[in-house]
Design a protein around this ligand. Sequence first.
Ligand code: FE2
Length: 368
Amino acid sequence: MADLTGFTNAGDRLELSWSDGRRDTVFAIWLRDNSPNPDARHANGQKLFDITDIDDDVMIDHVANGGGMVEIRFSPDGHEARYDIDWLRRHAAPHHATHPRRLWGAELAETMPVFRYGDVAGSDDAKRAWLSAISELGFALLKETPCEPETVCRVAELFGYVRETNYGRFFEVRTEPDPINLAYTPMGLSCHTDNPYRDPVPGLQLLHCLVADNDGGESVVVDGFKAAAILRDEAPGDFDLLTRHAVPFRFASNDADLVARARLISLDDKGEVAEVHFNNRSIGTFDLPADLMPAFYRAYRRFAAVLQRPALEVGFKAGPGDLFIVDNQRVLHGRRTVSGSGRRHLQGCYADKDSLQSTLRVLERAQP
Ligand code: FE2
């Protein structure tokens, strides 16, 4: 890490110079707000004051640099705080603290992110690698998962908590005589994200194969972020429309009537793709202004066509003991038509992404 080679106190701000030539400006209000002094911050890391407790005209009264720490006295309250120089270096410039992501297409089939249940359940290193792959790719496959009912919930509990819904704590995916959802028929399902009619949308879906004596029924996954990047490149106007206008999604059964509006592509505050929602079965009746409707349909159809490109599809036949996880706000999943008379039985459940990311950060803390 670079050394702090100089500083200038301008009263309301501090100019920092680093040994690699980088220069940063940090403000008195920002420094005071981030004071690590035990009067300002509990040993557990939580703040002990309100932002309104800081004086309107807070200034840097005095600065000293030594021993890897910068010591600052503020006026007018006389508060004193010592800042670790490495902490200043890490936080003085804008940065994105998100886990890296890697976009993928059909080529992922050559290097499938495959892990073994026994490893991830028994070793923190293996668990970290597994969660890191899900975070980076939005998809990973777990092999040799015990073929006992409800194991899918126990796998979710390896990193977080099961997200219960109207489908229950977990749900059965097999052919039913009077299905409330087309997932419970032999029909092929085009690639989709689950439950866009829910608010908030489940962040992760887990699907565990218990029986696969059938023909067909192969699983397909598609990286929605990759598809969005292609659309942005090939048709930026269409991409823009899908990021600006939300459409309704709905699921109705005897005991549920779930309705939510979602954008097919959502951006974060940096303009990066943050979420993709796409579900041909549950998308509702568009209620856009008439002057937008033709252009929006053109964009919607173009995005759907990108998502259906074979160059983006990764297909695999899940066998007994296979369990795959998708980031349900990024990776679409589908299945080819189930044929023949053999049985096919999967169990699924939902979980939230924040718990996965939290467990991953805790495991990364322990790394040398
Ligand atoms: Fe699904």
